[in-house]
Design a protein around this ligand. Structure first.
Ligand code: CO
Length: 216
């Protein structure tokens, strides 16, 4: 069978399964969504947000791109973030990277891949920030793993720098922003223990909660 046909077959079986568990499953979902989580993850096919967290449709609002990046000029990311925070009013934003991330690995090297090099450059900037720590790690695998973690932490910082997050903190003390890393080898998610829920946690240069200044 052509692989795409197996997807359609799979869909039919999934519908039967869901209806078997709850005949009202699709009726309820069609009424609307109120997810409490925004997930920013990698596009990697091995890291499906719902499956690895055992959550159901309707529970997580998802944005994925190569290497789970928060790039401030990315209108796609900003739109997802603004909608999730200001319309859906999610309580948590999770940046979830993964060990063995091909995007992060590519950013560690100097090989050209094409257009994507310009996207990977954002990850190289993270390496530059932490180059002292990373260069001191002799083991290649350990350095790669640490770079994945630092990249997630930096994307968490990048979220907190946005007016979208800081205005939400000022107005409703939410969302809490978290950094996680998933292991392809074990299936376990490692909570990096970085979480932010107020502007005072940021370096003062990034705090934008003060009253707007009239420009003259
Ligand atoms: Co990846």
């Amino acid at each position: 069978m052509e692989v795409y046909k197996s997807l359609l077959e799979g869909n039919k079986l999934w519908v039967q399964e869901k209806l078997g568990e709850d005949p009202d499953f699709f009726n309820k979902l069609s009424q609307g969504q109120s997810p409490q989580i925004l997930w920013i993850g990698c596009s990697d096919s091995r890291v499906p947000a719902n499956e690895i967290t055992r959550t159901q449709p309707g529970e997580i609002f998802v944005h994925r791109n190569i290497a789970n990046m928060v790039v401030h000029t990315d209108m796609n990311m900003l739109s997802v973030l603004d909608y999730a925070v200001n319309v859906l009013k999610v309580r948590h934003v999770i940046v979830c990277g993964h060990y063995g991330c091909g995007g992060v690995q590519a950013a560690m090297g100097s090989q050209q891949f094409g257009l994507i090099d310009n996207w990977l450059r954002n990850i190289k900037d993270v390496y530059r920030i932490y180059s002292n720590e990373l260069d001191a790690i002799e083991d290649d695998q350990a350095r790669f793993d640490r770079f994945v973690e630092l990249n997630v932490m930096e994307q968490v910082f990048d979220l907190t720098k946005t007016s979208i997050i800081q205005n939400a903190w000022r107005d409703r003390n939410l969302p809490i922003v978290h950094g996680w890393v998933y292991s392809l080898k074990t299936g376990i998610i490692n909570d990096l223990g970085v979480s932010f829920d107020r502007s005072s946690q940021l370096a003062s240069i990034y705090q934008i909660n003060a009253k707007k200044v009239e420009l003259t």
